[in-house]
Design a protein around this ligand. Structure first.
Ligand code: NAD
Ligand code: ZN
Ligand code: ZN
Length: 373
């Protein structure tokens, strides 16, 4: 079948909208009609070349939709099911899945190559390289895609997919960075550095987990306002200011937990976050930079003497099969806000405009609404 999709051919160039051929589902695969896709900063990292991916690639890794057809051996979903996609697949049986760490499932090793198991490329199209990869094995900026059943999580038919779409990346990544990776405890002082689609959910997670002082950091006023609306107790423009504030609230100690969710994580951000975090504290690195950039340069002896922990977190250390339904349940009970964090919607043709808005700091999260004829 044919599908319209947003493709990156070359880094540093605009994303192109093209018509591709899509092969139907084989063993373990499903054909999905994407209804919605979220505009996450990680796709920008692909198009800017920060994350080196195999190109051409259909972008988009935050997605929701309806299963149209299933291939042989598919047991997780059936045609007609509504699903949220997980940007890391989970096989259920590798060492990581089997020990409750689905976010680092071995199947996720090729998410930047973009092919399905067996180096299979369901998308083909024009150009010298006919095989098109799919971001995170999903390619949610396409009207349709053939993806692996291990990448989808069934949700109730009445769950609004235009909101649930955010639970494919932004919400679990941010929420889990606070709740799982930082393990925020009631009464703690927490700093969240960078209030985009990920950071706003770290704010929501830290609030839910009981942070007493919750300091959001973003250079942009609109971001700070949204953070205050969704649970932050304070909002400042820089991590250095957050340090002073956190120390003033804790007898000079500093934050218990600092979660870094800025779009491009620089050495300065990491150093300021490290300094803002007090004795026994934890700094969680969720935001990214170029793979080749060494953005951590810290005094190890201070880390030892102050018993600080610095850790990376992927997908908020969530297990998609259980955490996606759990987070959607918290949305239904009003404990996680989704409607309030969608700033604007776009059509597929407007994808470049959507990313300009993200880079200009206009959006908490932008969402693509797919059209199907
Ligand atoms: N670890 C993971 O699993 C994972 C998953 C998804 C996204 N990410 C990464 O998380 C990061 C955030 O993604 P997003 O979609 O929320 O991006 P975004 O662009 O929507 O938000 C980033 C925010 O950081 C702010 N910012 C920029 N410089 C800052 C600074 N010096 N101090 C404080 N704030 C600053 C921006 O104003 C913006 O509000 C990206 O690097 C993305 O690739 C990681
Ligand atoms: Zn993402
Ligand atoms: Zn696995």
């Amino acid at each position: 079948m044919k599908t319209k999709a947003a493709v990156v051919y070359e880094t540093g160039k605009p994303i192109e909208i093209v018509e591709l051929d899509l092969d139907g589902p084989r063993e373990g695969e499903v054909l999905i009609r994407y209804t919605h896709a979220g505009l996450c900063h990680s796709d920008v990292h692909i198009s800017h070349g920060d994350l080196e991916a195999r190109l051409p690639m259909v972008l988009g890794h935050e997605g929701a939709g309806i299963i149209e057809e299933v291939g042989p051996g598919v047991t997780r979903v059936k045609a007609g099911d509504h699903v949220v996609c997980s940007f890391i697949p989970n096989c259920g049986v590798c060492r990581w899945c089997a020990t409750g760490q689905q976010a680092i499932c071995d199947m996720g090793a090729t998410i930047l190559e973009g092919y399905l198991p067996g180096e299979r490329f369901p998308f083909t199209g024009p150009g010298a390289e006919k095989n098109y990869g799919a971001m995170c094995m999903l390619g949610t900026f396409s009207q349709y895609a053939t993806i692996h059943q291990n990448s989808v999580v069934k949700v109730d038919d009445d769950m609004p997919l235009d909101k649930a779409v955010l639970v494919g990346c932004g919400v679990p990544t941010g929420w889990g960075s606070a709740v799982n990776a930082a393990a925020v405890k009631p009464g703690e002082t927490v700093i969240v550095v960078g209030v985009g689609g990920i950071g706003i959910n770290a704010v929501q997670g830290a609030r839910f987990a009981g942070a007493k002082n919750l300091i959001a950091v973003d250079p942009l006023e609109n971001k700070r306002e949204k953070a205050m609306e969704l649970g932050a107790t304070h909002a400042v423009a820089t991590a250095a200011e957050a340090m002073e504030l956190a120390q003033s609230m804790t007898n000079g100690n500093g934050a218990d937990k600092t979660i870094i969710t800025a779009g491009i994580v620089t050495e300065e951000i990491v150093t300021d976050s490290f300094n803002a975090t007090g004795k026994g504290g934890t700094i969680v690195l969720t935001g990214l930079n170029k793979l080749s950039v060494d953005n951590i340069k810290l005094p190890g002896s201070i880390m030892t003497l102050f018993k600080k922990t610095l850790k990376g977190s992927l997908f908020g250390d969530c297990n998609p099969t259980t955490d996606i339904p759990k987070i959607l349940g918290l949305y239904q009970s009003g404990d996680i806000k989704l409607d309030e964090i969608i700033t604007r919607t776009y059509t597929l043709d407007q994808v470049n405009e959507g990313y300009e808005d993200l880079l200009n700091g206009k959006n908490i999260r932008g969402v693509l609404i797919h059209e199907h004829s």
